[in-house]
Design a protein around this ligand. Structure first.
Ligand code: 1Q0
Length: 246
């Protein structure tokens, strides 16, 4: 994929973050996962103030997870929990360097986060809290919407059918996925944001494609990369009964 010079959002960058997130062992790395969202925020910001609310919402969610990771890095689980000298000693000897150089251990991947937060009792299954797991679930649900939207955008219309605008496809995908999880008020706000969706030629330029055929090729790659990350996250959350965290 060639890089699009002069444009803030780059689909090649989005792709490489998504691919980096999918580790060989069916887990998802959190840092590149969040970087994928950073890239999408750039796209949204270019659309103007109408969608500012959505970028803010995503920034809020990625910010929560990053903050949790930062805190854990400063005060790793072993130390926080035990307060015993033996553990401190072991940490100092074996892990202090790795922690400093590799960042948070618990928030390295989706599965390590789930494990650590369950272990520390941070995940509340009854009430809303700012756990990494429930926050990730919000981003995760939004990712399904994005995948469906891009899939629709990449499909050529069935012969005889009118070519739908990205705005319409975006609305359609939203109603089929994310809307189910949103309150009436948020759904109203979303409906207003769809109007700001640019037309097809904007997307073609964005992915450096000449026409629908070229765009389809790139979009397919993105859809596949999102699908890989989505499926892994879905499985990890499902295995721990976390698909409905409040
Ligand atoms: C013009 C763009 C339109 C995009 C419309 C997406 C509809 C979502 C609108 C939702 C507004 C957010 C208000 C807050 C919602 C929260 O209540 C909700 C739940 O959180 P909580 O803490 O209350 O339980 N939060 C969420 O559901 C988080 C997700 C927000 C929506 C994420 C939208 C993702 C947008 C991605 C950019 C698309 C770029 C595509 C370009 C790709 C080109 C190859």
């Amino acid at each position: 994929l060639s890089e699009c010079p002069g444009q803030e959002f780059q689909v090649s960058r989005l792709l490489s973050h998504l691919r980096a997130a999918a580790t060989p062992d069916s887990d998802v790395l959190i840092s590149p996962y969040l970087s994928s969202w950073d890239e999408l925020i750039k796209f949204l910001n270019a659309l103007g103030p109408m969608v500012g609310l959505i970028s803010q919402e995503i920034e809020g969610k990625t910010g929560i997870i990053r903050e949790l990771a930062r805190r854990e890095e400063e005060e790793p689980e072993g130390m926080r929990e035990a307060g015993s000298d033996r553990l401190h000693f072991e940490m100092d000897k074996d892990r202090s360097d790795t922690i400093r150089s590799e960042g948070s251990e618990s928030y390295r991947s989706v599965r390590s986060m789930i494990k650590a937060e369950l272990h520390l009792g941070l995940v509340n299954f009854q009430e809303q809290t700012d756990s990494g797991c429930r926050t990730l679930l919000r981003l995760h649900r939004a990712l399904l919407w994005l995948q469906l939207f891009l899939q629709k955008l990449g499909e050529s219309p069935t012969p005889g059918d009118r070519l739908q605008s990205p705005s319409e496809l975006c609305r359609e995908a939203y109603r089929e996925t994310l809307a189910q999880h949103h309150s009436w008020l948020v759904r109203r706000a979303a409906e207003m944001a769809f109007v700001a969706m640019p037309d097809r030629s904007y997307f073609f330029r964005l992915v450096c494609a000449q026409d629908q055929k070229g765009a389809t090729l790139v979009l397919r790659k993105v859809v596949r990369a999102i699908g890989e990350v989505y499926t892994r996250t879905e499985r990890a959350l499902e295995e721990h009964g976390m698909l409905n965290l409040p």
